[in-house]
Each structure stands twice: as C-alpha cells, then as structure tokens.
Design a protein around this ligand. Structure first.
Ligand code: MRU
Length: 349
C-alpha cells in the first residue's frame, strides 16, 4: 500500500491529508480548503514531520489564492499576507515549513500583475512541484543511505521519518525501504517516542504495511538494546540542520546519539537540503517548540499524572554534529557533516 500523506483532490479543489492523530486505530482522510484550516491542521498534528508540513503549508498558500481569486487586488494582497503569517506561526522548529513558504512567496512575487486566477493556478503548480520534488529527494537519499547499511542489519530509529512525515517514501525510513528493495535483510527497532508516540503509532504502522520486520521498544530501552549488541546502526530524520551540522529532531534523539557513540554504533541522519538552515551557525540557535503539558500527563483521554503537576514538554532536542557518523542528503553523503561539506552541497564553500 502506498501511503499518500497529502493528496490534491482536483474534483473538490481541496487538499486531503491523513489524520495522523487517529493512526493506527483509524485511517481517516481530512480535507482542507483554506490557509487557516491548513495552519490549524499543522498545529494540531493532523499532519506532522518536517517535509510534510512544508508541503502542507505550500498547499495552504495555494488554497488561499484560489479562495481569494475573485476579490479586489488590494484584498487579495492583504489576504495572501495574512495566510503566509498564519502558516508561519503554526509550528516553529521544522525549517521546511519556512523554506516552503519562502518558495511560495517568491513564486507569488514573480507573478506580480497577473490575473488572480492565473496566479492561483501557478501557485497550485508550485505546491505540486514541492510535493513531487520531495519524493524524488527521498528516493535519492534512500539510494545513498541504503549503500551504507550492511547486508543484514538491525536498525534503530526514533520518531517517524517515513512516508507519513514526507510527501512519500520517507527520509530515515526511506533509507530502510530502499535497503530492503535492494535485497538487504533489515529489521527495525522502533523507539515508541514519548510523549506523542510517533514511533509506536506511525512508524510501526508504516513498516507493517510493507512487511518490514519491526520490534517496538520504549524509549528507555535503547541503551540496553545497544549494550546487548542488538543495534547495528541508528538512523533518524531531522527538523532543522544548522550550517555546522548540529541538528534538531524529535525529543530523545540526542539521548540515542550519545548512546550510539558510547557503543561505537554508526549514527546516521537522513534529510533533504530543504531541512538545512544555513542562516543558523550552530544548533544553539534552533528554536525549540514547547508543547502542551497535557501530552506528558497522559495521552488522548487517559491521564496518568496528577492534573496539576508542573510539566516540561520540549518537542525537539539538538544533537551536536560531532555525534553524527554521516548526513545523508539527496545530493550525497557527508561523513561526517562539516561546515565546508554542507556549504558544498549548496554549490558554495
Ligand atoms: O513533532 P513531529 O512529529 O512533527 O516531529 C517529527 C520529527 O521529529 C521527524 O523525525 C522529522 O520531522 C523528520 S521527518 C522526515
């Protein structure tokens, strides 16, 4: 089964997205027709994962242009500005969101003076391009990354960096998929990924769809598994990579990277160039989202901690580049990532 995290429905003129809050209990598609609705979907985690929220934001812009195509040009300009603003406020850490919005802004600026229906159509094409290019990048990363894995390997991953987190194929899970397609015998150990359980709910579901062997552990079992020799490699995605290779990813990633170093296990990061924020010199500058404490006190309807307990809930942490064995991108592998290597990916040094 091919997972289409986001799908444009031409008949209704809406973007459809898998409701990732409901998986694996239910597979629901929800549909959206405005920037405000898409921003709310990003905020509430209907759609999540760095590249996927970038794609969603691009469609949010395109939908708003369609919605406003008959209003005055002044109203159109005001409405589009408000849409960009709203989408930019939906989540702070994954830079793909801002990368996609900048690309849509540039496309809009290049269409200055054209009739609004033409602008709306062109923005929709741009969103389609962003979606299609993400799948191409993931397949390229998959091929580069698969070559790094041994013929038989038990690979540990954290959070969900699969098809659900992207336009398709996935980044970290894309590498695993490509390795399996290439005939390698890969089994996957999945951290459950407290508190939002992206590993337990989403990564396990995705791997099961394709019959890739998967074992679920709680986050605090990773060190034990490594000590027992049960992990040959770690592979994760990223939400924002600084110019020096430090990167933010789901909370708990840093812990896994430290453990991997301690046990001499290769630690790989797979991410497209759209996840690299060269304006930030190091990981210290990456904004970290702090989410609602209710996510730590319980999950869904279930609460296991006193309602009034003080809680911290940073959704991401930063792993220093020195703990990364290799950064896998669609332009090739940096082993290890360095300032010069990252600059060279963009054709400058
Ligand atoms: O809070 P989330 O679920 O959006 O966080 C997602 C992650 O941390 C992923 O690992 C990251 O976005 C990489 S996705 C290819």
């Amino acid at each position: 089964m091919t997972v289409h995290t986001l799908r444009w429905d031409e008949a209704s003129g809406r973007i459809e997205m898998i409701d990732q809050r409901a998986l694996p209990a239910r597979f629901d598609m929800l549909s959206y027709d405005s920037a405000a609705a898409v921003a709310a979907a990003i905020r509430s985690m209907v759609v999540r994962g760095a590249p996927a929220i970038g794609c969603a934001a691009a469609y949010g812009v395109a939908l708003e242009a369609r919605r406003l195509q008959q209003v005055s040009s002044a109203e159109f300009a005001r409405g589009m500005n408000a849409a960009f603003e709203l989408l930019a406020q939906s989540r702070p850490t994954a830079v793909n969101l801002f990368w996609a919005l900048e690309r849509m802004r540039a496309a809009l600026a290049a269409l200055q003076g054209q009739a609004q229906p033409l602008v709306a159509a062109a923005l929709l094409r741009e969103a389609h391009d962003i979606l299609a290019e993400d799948v191409v990048a993931n397949r390229a990363m998959g091929a580069y990354g698969a070559a790094l894995l041994p013929l038989t390997a038990q690979v540990l991953t954290h959070c969900n960096a699969g098809a659900l987190a992207t336009a398709g194929h996935g980044t970290a899970l894309g590498v695993i998929r490509s390795a399996v397609d290439a005939g390698k015998r890969i089994s996957v150990i999945v951290d459950e990924t407290r508190p939002f359980l992206q590993g337990a709910r989403l990564t396990v579901w995705e791997l099961q769809q394709e019959n890739i062997p998967v074992t679920l552990i709680t986050d605090n079992m990773a060190g034990h598994m490594m000590q027992q020799g049960a992990v040959d490699a770690v592979i994760v995605g990223a939400d924002r990579i600084a110019a020096n290779g430090d990167f933010a990813n789901k909370i708990g990633t840093y812990m896994v990277a430290v453990l991997a170093q301690r046990h001499g296990i290769p630690f790989y990061v797979a991410a497209p160039l759209s996840t690299i924020d060269r304006r930030l010199m190091s990981g210290k500058d990456i904004p970290i989202e702090e989410r609602n404490g209710a996510e730590v006190r319980g999950f869904a309807e279930q609460r296991w901690a006193p309602a009034d307990v003080a809680v911290r809930n940073p959704a991401f942490d930063v792993t220093p580049a020195e703990l990364v064995t290799a950064l896998i991108t669609e332009k090739g592998v940096l082993a290890p990532p360095t300032v010069a290597g990252i600059a060279a990916l963009f054709g400058s040094s």
